[in-house]
Design a protein around this ligand. Sequence first.
Ligand SMILES: [Zn+2]
Length: 102
Amino acid sequence: MTDTDLSTKYTRVVKTSLGQWVQAMVVKEPLAATPQIHWKGVGRMLPVRALPENVEQARRAALKDRRFFRQCERCNEVRPVSLILEAGVCMDCIHKMQAVAA
Ligand SMILES: [Zn+2]
């Protein structure tokens, strides 16, 4: 996935009368059949009239925030932190490894 794909998938922008707020996806109970998706604000609120490129920049910066996102050590994809499981490896990779081992 490109950075733009990642920021579209894992961040969103909430516009209020006070400004634009970049929020990061937080996945609760990732192992459940229906994981819960929450959104948490990241960083400072951007001005109401912030330029689209500045908003995009803030979304990409959010993807680098290790409180919210980590990179899988195996496939190098950035994912919400709760989807990175044992030893810095993401859920998808663990499933693949288990499939190979079985
Ligand atoms: Zn992975």
